[in-house]
Structure formats: structure tokens, C-alpha cells
Ligand binder design. Structure first.
Ligand SMILES: NC(=O)c1ccc[n+]([C@@H]2O[C@H](COP(=O)([O-])OP(=O)(O)OC[C@H]3O[C@@H](n4cnc5c(N)ncnc54)[C@H](OP(=O)(O)O)[C@@H]3O)[C@@H](O)[C@H]2O)c1
Length: 289
């Protein structure tokens, strides 16, 4: 009988990580998970009994040998890109340093594969803090000689939540003329893509959802589902805002990347079936802050 593989999912309590854990647990994978928070550990308990809890960037000793007995590491560990979730640590500390600490342990324990969730735009030539941290880790992974798949997704529907929250407060901002296109993806559909590449896959894949829309079309769909007014912000005004003193470094970095991704086409290979319209129609407005 074929021996069942053991998978470590890091970032297991996050929007994407949690969907990966649920699917893997349904499929009968043997799982170990890493989360940072008490809430994360609580949420994961029904799906896994091998839960490690640590801050992978600040407490490397606590993740020592987390990869022992593991075949594949799947990392969806990263700082939140939501404008409404303030991060306590920098993108460099989380997306780069935490994942580097995991990779070092994975190398020591001779794991067979590493699947890393990066971000579409990680190869940008401009120095975006968000993209750069992913880019630096991608370089570490390539240099490690561990067989790997780097998945660079476009925005998740859960990430577009920010716009839904703003819509509830009456404003749906569109930077520029709104003609830039993207095929954002449901994090559940993305979780299925990740599982597909757990055993083997290309070294790099850029992933998007089933339908391509302009940013203006997406804003119109949000307006129809939630309400609010679409406000077009000229790029020059957005740039002026970003040139102001950085009172909140984290917010500034996220806004800078938000402007970057919403003003150019961000299209990944098409996966999944859930459309943005379907996602919005199932969104409970009352649950939005
Ligand atoms: N959201 C998007 O639209 C989008 C688009 C493209 C790419 N991505 C990338 O995809 C990845 C996953 O995104 P997501 O939206 O699922 O993120 P998320 O919901 O913010 O989840 C992040 C996960 O990482 C964990 N984590 C963060 N810092 C940690 C640390 N120092 N030590 C241990 N665990 C830590 C969190 O644990 P706790 O819950 O315990 O804090 C959580 O499980 C990120 O790297 C993100 O950059 C996201």
C-alpha cells in the first residue's frame, strides 16, 4: 500500500491556508499546521491534531524541527494585505524572514517539496515592499535546490473585501480610469490549485480566476451588491497621497501596492469556477465591519 504523505501547512489559519487545511483534511492527508495566534489554533483544532503555534519570524527556536517527518511544506504564511488589518510586523519580517526560517528547517529535515504562495507582481522591477518580500523569498527557494512550485496568485476575492467594506461606508474607489483588467479568484478555488501541485508541478505558475473584468466592472458589481458610490481617483492624486509623509508605514506600503495592481492588467492562468458576481451575491453585508 502507498504510504500516505505528511504535509505541513504554514499560515494555516489564514484566508487561503484554512481552505487548504479543510480540503486536505477532507481528502485524508496527514497534516501538521503552523499558526501564530490562539484564535488560529482554536479554528484549526477540528481539522488537525498536530498544531504548532509560534511566531515564525520572532521565535525561530519554536519552529525547530517543524519539518521533521514532513514530505511537503505548503506555505501560505504572509502578512495580511488588507488595508483594514494593521500588521504588527513588516512584510520583510513576515513574508521573507518567517518563510526563510521555515525553509532552513525544511532543508535540515530533507523535505521533498515546498509549495510557496507568493503574489502576482512579485517580479515587478519597482521596489514595492509587499512584492519585494515575496520576491526575496522566491530567490531563497530557487537557490535551495528543494523541488518546488511557486504560485503567484492575483487578488483573492477575500482580499477584495476591502472594497466591499468601503462600499458599505458609501465609497467604492477606482484608481485611474478603471480600465485595467484582472481575473481575481476565490480563495477556495485557489486552495484546490495548491492541492493539485502538492506532489509535483511547474516551478512557477501565475494563477487567476475564471473571469476577466475591468476594475470599473468590478466596482459596478460591488455597487449593485452592496451599494455605495464609485469614486474615480486620478492616478496623479493617488501618487500625491502616497508622496505624503509615511505616518503608517504598513498602510502606505499596502496602498502603494494596491495602486500598482489596480492600474495595470493582472491576469493569471484561469482556474476555478466561482465568479466574482457569485461571491458577492453570497456575501452577508451584515458581517462586514
Ligand atoms: N489576499 C490576497 O488577495 C492575496 C493575493 C495574492 C497573494 N497573497 C498572498 O497569499 C498569502 C496568504 O494570504 P491570505 O490572504 O490567506 O493571508 P492571511 O489571511 O492574512 O493569513 C496569513 C497567515 O499567516 C500566518 N502568519 C502571519 N505571520 C506569521 C508569523 N510571524 N508566524 C506564524 N504565522 C504567521 C497567520 O497566522 P495567524 O492567523 O495566527 O495570525 C495566518 O495564518 C500571503 O502571503 C499573501 O501575501 C494574498
Amino acid at each position: 500500500m502507498e504510504e500516505r504523505k505528511k504535509i505541513l501547512v504554514a499560515g494555516a489559519s489564514g484566508a487561503l491556508g484554512f481552505e487548504i487545511v479543510k480540503f486536505m483534511s477532507e481528502k485524508g492527508y496527514e497534516l501538521r499546521v503552523l499558526t501564530r495566534s490562539d484564535e488560529g489554533a482554536k479554528k484549526l483544532a477540528p481539522y488537525c491534531n498536530d498544531i504548532w503555534q509560534a511566531d515564525a519570524s520572532k521565535e525561530p527556536a519554536k519552529i525547530e524541527n517543524i519539518s521533521a517527518g514532513i514530505d511537503t511544506v505548503v506555505s501560505a504564511l504572509g502578512n495580511s494585505v488588507s488595508l483594514f488589518t494593521p500588521n504588527k510586523e513588516s512584510f520583510y519580517e513576515i513574508d521573507y524572514q518567517s518563510n526563510k526560517n521555515l525553509l532552513q528547517d525544511a532543508k535540515k529535515n530533507n523535505i521533498k517539496r515546498f509549495v510557496y504562495i507568493s503574489i502576482k507582481g512579485a517580479d515587478s522591477n519597482k521596489d514595492y515592499t509587499v512584492a519585494n518580500a515575496h520576491k526575496l523569498f522566491e530567490q531563497e527557494l530557487r537557490a535551495s535546490s528543494i523541488p518546488h512550485t511557486i504560485i503567484r496568485p492575483v487578488g483573492f476575492f477575500s482580499g477584495i473585501h476591502d472594497l466591499a467594506i468601503m462600499a458599505k461606508r458609501n465609497v467604492i474607489p477606482v484608481v485611474g480610469d478603471g480600465s485595467a483588467k484582472t481575473n481575481s479568484i476565490h480563495h477556495k478555488d485557489l486552495a484546490k490549485v495548491v492541492i493539485r501541485y502538492v506532489d509535483s508541478g511547474p516551478e512557477l505558475i501565475e494563477v487567476g480566476g475564471p473571469k476577466i473584468h475591468t476594475r470599473l466592472e468590478m466596482a459596478e458589481m460591488i455597487k449593485e451588491a452592496i451599494g455605495g458610490n464609485i469614486i474615480k481617483i486620478p492616478e496623479i492624486v493617488a501618487d500625491a497621497g502616497l508622496a505624503m509623509p509615511k505616518f503608517f508605514e504598513d498602510f502606505h506600503d499596502k496602498l502603494d501596492y494596491f495602486k500598482y495592481i489596480t492600474t495595470r492588467d493582472m491576469i493569471g492562468e484561469s482556474y476555478g469556477t466561482t465568479t466574482f458576481k457569485e461571491y458577492l451575491s453570497n456575501l452577508d453585508k451584515n458581517q462586514l465591519p
